[in-house]
Design a protein around this ligand. Sequence first.
Ligand code: UT7
Length: 332
Amino acid sequence: MNKLRAVITAVGGYAPDYVLTNHELSQMVDTSDEWIMTRVGIKERRILKGERKGPSDMAVHAISQIFEKTGTSPDEIDLLICATVTPDHIFPATANIISDKLGIRNAHSYDLNAGCSGFLYALDTASKFIEAGAKKKVIVVGADKMSSITDYTNRNTCVLFGDASAAVLLEPTTEKVGIIDSILQTDGVGRTYLKMEAGGSVMPPSHETIDQKLHYIYQDGKHVFKYAVSRMADVSVEMMKKHGIESKDLAWLVPHQANMRIIDATAERMNLDKSKVMINIQKYGNTTAATIPLCLWEWEKQLKKGDNIILAAFGAGFTWGSILIKWGYDSK
Ligand code: UT7
């Protein structure tokens, strides 16, 4: 009998309506459209407005689309994993809140934090449950409200991030499609270069942590850039070599959307034409755990059964990795 694999059978996505442009940012901090476009490649990003709204609200939109598209009922889901660095609350898990809001009652659900690699880590974890025969319908969702931890007086970070959520449904198959392989890595040396210092148990919120702006993203951009450029490319090339895949055999690269220059460098190392690279950083910026599924959602109609696709990410931790998938369906 053929090996049991996990295959993506549907995709959903959601980006909030409010568009924060480079022009608006240039009225808030000393920056310009020209600097942001040449150094990062972002034109605009979406911001979740409204009181008491969190990643769970965006995730509910994304997952509801999957239910509508596939006719799946919430009762059929038996596992939901939410990748996020901006949970609704420290606890309970955002995944539990999403499950409640959607009426998912027969699943266990939990959050997973692996920075911008969160979606890849979650997809890998979910696929193992399916390959083991333990779960049949699994939702993996990436959801981040980066605006909630962004300091809009700091030009080093406020131009980079946006809010969004996107999700996939994973199911078992014995066909030769689905999640083929993952290479995931971590190096804790990165923990000082990209972080949110306060708000956890080591440094709980206090007047001092607020005065010192320690509840915002801190990033040593240059250092992170150096690592990201080499690690994301290394791991993607390693995946190609491991499976004897040449650039002509690859239908798509789906890179984490942090910086256009990192994406270009990765594609170049893979010897891949830019027409095969999913890029929407200009519209959404860096939405952390949502970038990769948001690309799959936007490109879904162009994907064909059997397409070789490499997903690649690098993020806080440091965490990084690549996943090779063979796409499982032609879109209607
Ligand atoms: O998703 C998780 C992983 N994260 C990443 O992969 C991000 C990796 N890092 C990066 O993408 C880039 O390092 C940044 C986009 C964050 C920054 O680009 P950079 O080319 O590394 O710029 P820099 O931080 O070295 O700054 C260069 C100059 C500085 O001015 P001085 O000191 O040379 O006078 C900055 O103050 O650019 C200045 N600068 C800005 N100028 C206008 C920094 N941010 C801005 C800005 N507008 N928004």
